[in-house]
Design a protein around this ligand. Sequence first.
Ligand SMILES: [Zn+2]
Length: 303
Amino acid sequence: MQDIQTSSSYILRGTAAGNTLRVVAIDATQIVEEARVRHELSKTATAALGRALSAAALLAIILGKKVDSRVNLRVQGDGPLGWLVAEGSAEGWVRGYVREPDADLPLRTTDGKLDVSGLIGSTGELAVTRLLDNAEPWTGSVELVSGELAEDVAYYLASSEQIPSAVQLGVYEEGGRVARAGGLIVQAMPGASDETLAALEANIKAMGSFTENLRNVSLLEVMERATKGLDFVAAPQAQSAQFQCRCSRERAVASLTYFGMQERQSMMEDGGQEVVCHWCNEHYQITPGEIAALGAPDVRAQA
Ligand SMILES: [Zn+2]
């Protein structure tokens, strides 16, 4: 049996119905487990951020036009989580964080599942920003329709990007760890027939919850179930994906240049300064020597 705790996350692609459906899916188990550990997320916060990380990775593939493009997904609801942010890149790296990592809720009494929409809130906004290295960022947003995220991302794609799609996201925890996590987006391309869309909808309905499927079969089989009877063709190569931040020790040191000389002096007298990256919760201990090496603040702007 495959050891899912040590295997890395990956993205699979495929097409169906004569290229009129495009399928992208991610096994984000390792990414979400790393996010849980890094941010010390509660159970329900793990599920919420895990769904968002999976969605960001898939949106980066669908919406990313260039190799160096990134997609930033921000969800601001009225629930106890506050907000969450997830970012994905066309290269397959993902990072993200939430406002209140400790926030949690009891299991839903209706079905005994994690109350993700309760934690996020069912009223609020989902915003998607495309970041390109050499262009202005572009943001689109929609009101939350459920707070469960999959429906919200599907609504965003349909109304803001004119991409009709089926979206599934899920995180399954076992023994306090992330056992399986991931997501799937089936995108209807121009020319998709009504019969194809009806068959896709029927498949998705028959599948039940994404998490339930991912618990029992491989990611590839989940894609096959979603496109059953629609001549699914898997792309030959999987793309690896990982939780990876853009921060570095150099950037952390450079961030201290925003402080004046007096503040830097007191940091040095205190034995250094800790800089924490919000995205990945990495703690950088900056030494007095590194602070001194920054030199004098640039005062020319004030002259
Ligand atoms: Zn970081």
